[in-house]
Every structure is written in structure tokens, then in C-alpha cells.
Ligand binder design. Structure first.
Ligand SMILES: Cc1cc2nc3c(=O)[nH]c(=O)nc-3n(C[C@H](O)[C@H](O)[C@H](O)COP(=O)(O)OP(=O)(O)OC[C@H]3O[C@@H](n4cnc5c(N)ncnc54)[C@H](O)[C@@H]3O)c2cc1C
Length: 379
């Protein structure tokens, strides 16, 4: 049975249909090869840029589509259902644009936003450091004022698109005042002194490059600081709220893909003279996979609708990320089980989906950190 979506309008249905066709024709044929060779599909991102996907949430005045999160996140889910690397790439780009879009001055937005969301450029979001992961408030990278410039020095870790990005949104320390001493900067990817290390050798999401990015006295004009000095961490955490919804959507796409492939296999694989789907042990497994996937979707969409209506959604975003990524881990693992020995081979994509699901429980704040966010809301 195919999954159907409830979308607010006919135009939104057309958009999802376009994305679905694009994923089938332009993405699906390349996934296995790119993920095996660790090649980032930059040309696919370029085509999605031309379709307007990199600017879906942003204001029309700057060339965006002003699309509600309820719909934009389903676009992300649909992309991730075919290729998690691509879904993640779109959402990291949105995160890297987020501070400028939300807190830039009118002049800064007019100057940079149309190019950054124009479809040709790709962003990176530099928050984590080797010694500051779950606790970004302890970061050491500094941005020191020098006349009309800031000079940035330090190392950012685990940066998605590190070395591939055209620009980076960088959080760096402008004072020793703990979490209140961090500011946000928009840094060109080719700034002198900025270099990316070799890509990390990861368990999954291998088509997406993840690298340390070093800042060795990188000089940026002071007007590239976004927002006031000291507001960088709160801007980053705000971007992470949206980012968590995005990861929930990517996770749901992964779970849906695993469920579809497991059901298809179970309908055709025969043992004891009948399709294995006719064994209750298998069909109950599929039933639980289906329920978890639908619940993950319902949770992120509830949070998205609140966000669209201006209702606080931080706790629900954390719940959606926590639940959907755990669901993706469980559902992809069960999909491997449904395929038996075949599921444990690279002849079928479910083992890759399982490896990709694991990172969903770790980035945008580990699931332990999501529990902190949720628990704190009840204090
Ligand atoms: C593939 C990939 C892509 C990434 N992309 C980006 C990116 O684009 N930009 C970026 O800035 N970062 C990125 N990250 C970094 C990611 O957000 C961090 O890895 C994550 O926040 C965890 O930090 P850490 O790895 O340093 O783990 P640590 O913080 O060292 O955590 C280790 C373990 O301790 C647990 N732990 C830590 N503190 C607590 C606590 N208070 N209570 C309970 N448990 C706790 C964690 O849950 C975890 O299980 C990426 C990471 C990966 C792997």
C-alpha cells in the first residue's frame, strides 16, 4: 500500500509530485554508486537549486518561496526517502542561511541573501569543535576585532560540506563570557586561511562530506557579523530547533524507504510454500514498522504546524527528532531482519539505510541532549 500525504493545497501536491518525479529520475539511479565511492552529488544539488528547493522557506522578497514548514519538511522527507545525503544537504544549507535570514539587517539580507539562496551556492554550518560537541558553549574558536575586521582562528569539527561549501556560517568567541561570548559570522568558502581537512571516514552518509574546517587568522569585514556580539549561540540554537525538525523529516524518509522495501521483499519472497508476508511473525513486524513511521511523520508535522502558526515548538522539535530518529533506527534494523541474509548484503539498500539512520540519533544534538531539552521544559 502506498503512503499518501495530506497537503494544504493543490500547488503543494504538485510540488511534492515534482520532487517525487525528480527523485526517481535524477537521484535514484546514482545513490548506490555515489554512496559506495563517497562522492557528493553536487550536480543533483545544483538541479534542486534550479527547482527552487534551496530557497523554499525564505521570503519571496529575496527570491524564496515563503513555503510553510508543514510542506517544506515533507519535501525534505521525500528527498531523503530516496537519498539521505541529499535531504541532509538541503537542510544543512537552510541552517547555514538561517541566521542571516532571521537576524541580518535589511542591508545584509539585500546584499547576500539572494545569492546564498539563489540555487548555485551551498552553505556549511560551523558550530561543533573537537572539544565542544554537546556543549557548544565551551567552544574555543575566537573572532578578535581588529579595526574594521574580525580575525577568526580555531578548528571546527564534523562540518557537513566542509571543503565543499561556498560559504560558512561560523560561531566564534568574541569574549570570555561563556555562552554569552559567542558571535555569528558569514565567511566566504574561499577566504584566505580557511582550509578543510580530509573527509572523515564514516559508517554511513558517505556521499556527504564531513570534515574539520581550520580557521588560521581568517579575516572578515566586521559587517559580516550577523546579529549583535554575544548572540551567536542563541542564534545557533534557534537554527537547531528548525534543524531538528529537518532531521526528523529525513529520519521519517529513511524509515519509509526501509518499510517500502521490506514490504516489497516480503510479498515476493517465499518460504514453506508461501510468501513470507503471510506469516504473522513477519506481518506484525511490518505493522510495527508502519506504525512507528506514521507516528514519526505525525510528530514532526505537528511541530511544523505550530512553528508555521508562531506557536512555541522547541520541545516538540526535540521530541520529533528523538522519536523519528529512534524510529528510523528501529525500522531500518527490522527491514534488514525481514530480508534475512539478503538484508545483510550490499545487494539491497536496507543495510545502507540502517547505517544512515544511526547518524540521525547523533547530530543536531544527540538524543541524550534532546531528552535534556524536553526534560528542561517541565522544570
Ligand atoms: C556526520 C556528521 C555530520 C555533522 N555535521 C555537523 C555540522 O554540519 N555542523 C556542526 O557544527 N556539527 C556537525 N556535527 C557534529 C554533531 O552535532 C556532534 O557530533 C554532536 O553534537 C555530538 O557531539 P560529540 O560528537 O562531540 O559528542 P559528545 O558531546 O562528546 O558526546 C559523547 C556522548 O556523551 C553523551 N553526552 C554528552 N553530554 C551529555 C549530557 N549532558 N547528558 C547525557 N549524555 C551526554 C552524548 O549523548 C554522546 O552519547 C556532525 C556530526 C557528524 C557525525
Amino acid at each position: 500500500m502506498t503512503m499518501t500525504r495530506l497537503l494544504p493545497s493543490r500547488e503543494d501536491e504538485d510540488m511534492l509530485e515534482t520532487i517525487s518525479r525528480f527523485a526517481a529520475s535524477e537521484m535514484a539511479p546514482h545513490v548506490a554508486e555515489n554512496e559506495e565511492s563517497g562522492t557528493f552529488p553536487r550536480e543533483v544539488i545544483g538541479k534542486l537549486g534550479a527547482l527552487g528547493v534551496l530557497s523554499l522557506p525564505h521570503d519571496e522578497a529575496y527570491g524564496g518561496s515563503a513555503m510553510d514548514d508543514e510542506v517544506a519538511l515533507q519535501v525534505v522527507e521525500e528527498l531523503a526517502r530516496t537519498w539521505a545525503t541529499v535531504g541532509v544537504a538541503v537542510t544543512v544549507h537552510w541552517a547555514s542561511v538561517h541566521p542571516l535570514w532571521k537576524w541580518g539587517t535589511d542591508e545584509q539580507r539585500k546584499r547576500w541573501l539572494p545569492d546564498l539562496i539563489g540555487g548555485d551556492l551551498l552553505g556549511g554550518f560551523c558550530l561543533s569543535e573537537p572539544e565542544a560537541g554537546s556543549d557548544p558553549g565551551s567552544m574555543k574558536t575566537t573572532a578578535t576585532r581588529d579595526g574594521d575586521d574580525y580575525v577568526i582562528s580555531g578548528t571546527k569539527a564534523w562540518i557537513t560540506h566542509g571543503g565543499d561549501a561556498d560559504f560558512y556560517t561560523v560561531m566564534a568567541r568574541t569574549s570570555d563570557d561563556g555562552a554569552r561570548g559567542i558571535s555569528c559570522f558569514l565567511v566566504p568558502g574561499d577566504a584566505p586561511g580557511l582550509t578543510a581537512a580530509l573527509p572523515e571516514k564514516k559508517m554511513g552518509l558517505t556521499g556527504s562530506r564531513t570534515s574539520q574546517v581550520q580557521f588560521d587568522h581568517v579575516r572578515v569585514a566586521a559587517d559580516r557579523r550577523i546579529g549583535a556580539e554575544g548572540k551567536g549561540l542563541s542564534m545557533a540554537l534557534d537554527a537547531l530547533d528548525t534543524g531538528r525538525l529537518c532531521i526528523a523529516a529525513v529520519s521519517t524518509g529513511l524509515a519509509q524507504a526501509a518499510l517500502d522495501q521490506a514490504a516489497e521483499y516480503a510479498r515476493t519472497r517465499e518460504q514453506f510454500g508461501q510468501p513470507i508476508i503471510d506469516f504473522q511473525g513477519v506481518s506484525f513486524l511490518l505493522a510495527d514498522m508502519s506504525a512507528r513511521t506514521s507516528a514519526a511523520r505525525a510528530l514532526y508535522l505537528d511541530a511544523a504546524r505550530r512553528k508555521d502558526r508562531g506557536v512555541p515548538y522547541t520541545r516538540l522539535a526535540a521530541e520529533a527528532k528523538l522519536f523519528a530518529s529512534d524510529a528510523a533506527m528501529g525500522v531500518t534494523t527490522d527491514a534488514v531482519q525481514v530480508l534475512g541474509g539478503a538484508g545483510y548484503t550490499k545487494d539491497y539498500p536496507v543495510e545502507r539505510l540502517m547505517r544512515e539512520a544511526k547518524i540521525m540519533q547523533i547530530f543536531e544534538g544527540t538524543n541524550q541532549i534532546q531528552r535534556h531539552v524536553i526534560g528542561r521544559s517541565y522544570r
